[in-house]
Design a binder for this molecule. Structure first.
Ligand code: CP3
Length: 347
């Protein structure tokens, strides 16, 4: 029998069925902790590397080769589609995205034009090349969600309290919704281009949505994230929706139109399953700092998560947020082997 992409444990779990082993991949598995990544990136700026087809392909493949994970995450960044349409921004090492002219007024929105396929040719070429190299391992395309993108654009860079973002949201709701509407269009177009080039699933990263109350999330953010997820609904690929510190938002993030809800480590997996409710798979949720503990401890925590994930309609094992740069790649390799070999307790 030929093994096809749809047999992949990752895609099965995303669709709510139970593959014969728990699929696992890691957010931010590409880059950061891998010595082969650091060697390749030497002398090339982050954003420049995202527009170099050869580097994107190689960096995306590195963790797949090393760990045997069940999915590849495309090497890029949430600000890449903005860079592609000419927004003046950079990624500063150790800091993150930094925007030259933070958004304060409506007349700044004209720069957020639609993405044309020509804007992202090196990226779609990399997707196509990767699909060939990956064989039956699915490729996950991704985009930043409207709120998280807007938070960088309004703050001008990373922020702890998102003060300026919320100030704009509360005091100028029309401008806020216009900005998020543009981010939703751009994120949706970027996801569509990746899927049309061959990506098998997408993840919408709303990393910083956890800074919002449920009521504010529902009013100011969810309609825009729902628009992004809806804009790729016809493409028939699983849609994963993830944020950090989103325990109070889990149901709403599923309701926005996700097939899979990503959870961080603050909510136990069985409780997250209850909060998300029926009809969706879950992804998560080992605390990335656990990987600095002894192996037996890491694996005991992983076993608890897999056992708790049995109550979900589908479960994709992952960390609760990205791999930390100081993580020992061997600890991740051991974790993949453990997850693949673990026989969950009979339920
Ligand atoms: O597995 C992967 O690494 C896939 C590629 C990927 C990157 N960024 C590469 C990257 C993905 C999926 C992202 C998403 C991303 N980028 C998010 C959402 C995910 C999350 O972690 O919450 C966010 C919020 C960003 C914005 C961003 N870009 C941050 C916060 C940083 C880190 C800054 C730092 O150096 O601490 C970046 C830079 C970045 N993106 C790096 C990589 C590999 C590091 C760049 C470098 O090596 O100089």
């Amino acid at each position: 029998m030929t093994v096809t992409m749809t047999d992949s444990a990752f895609l099965q779990a995303c669709r709510g069925t139970r593959p014969d082993r728990t699929p696992v991949w890691f957010m931010r598995q590409a880059g950061r902790s891998l010595p082969e990544y650091l060697a390749l990136r030497e002398g090339t700026a982050m954003l420049e590397s995202c527009f170099r087809t050869d580097m994107v392909v190689e960096i995306t493949m590195q963790p797949v080769r090393r760990y045997g994970v069940d999915a590849a995450i495309f090497f890029s960044d949430i600000v890449v589609p903005l860079k592609a349409i000419g927004v003046d921004l950079d990624i500063v090492p150790g800091v993150g995205p930094v925007v030259a002219d933070p958004i304060r007024s409506a007349n700044q929105l004209s720069q957020f034009r639609d993405i044309e396929p020509d804007d992202v040719t090196p990226i779609t070429d990399a997707v196509t090349a990767l699909v060939g190299e990956l064989g039956t391992t699915p490729l996950i395309g991704f985009a930043g969600a409207p709120f998280t993108l807007a938070s960088y654009l309004v703050e001008g860079g990373p922020s702890r309290d998102h003060r300026l973002t919320k100030q704009l949201m509360y005091s100028e709701p029309d401008l806020w919704h216009a900005l998020l509407g543009r981010m939703a269009a751009i994120a949706g177009q970027f996801l569509r281009l990746q899927v049309e080039a061959g990506a098998s699933a997408i993840q919408l990263f709303d990393s910083w949505a956890g800074t919002l109350s449920l009521a504010d999330y529902e009013t100011y953010v969810k309609p825009h994230s729902a628009a992004v997820l809806d804009s790729v609904a016809d493409l028939d690929v699983p849609r994963i929706h993830f944020g950090v510190g989103t325990g109070e938002l889990l149901h709403a993030m599923g309701d926005a139109g996700a097939d899979v809800v990503g959870v961080d480590w603050r909510v136990p997996m069985d409780e997250a399953v209850r909060r998300v409710g029926p009809g969706r798979a879950l992804q998560g949720n080992l605390d990335p700092t656990t990987l600095f503990a002894p192996t037996e401890f890491v694996h005991a925590r992983a076993a608890e998560i897999i056992d708790a994930g049995r109550s979900a309609e589908g479960h994709v094992f992952n960390l609760g947020h990205g791999v930390l740069p100081a993580t020992d790649p061997d600890a991740l390799a051991r974790l993949v082997d453990f997850v693949h070999g673990y026989e969950p307790a009979a339920s």
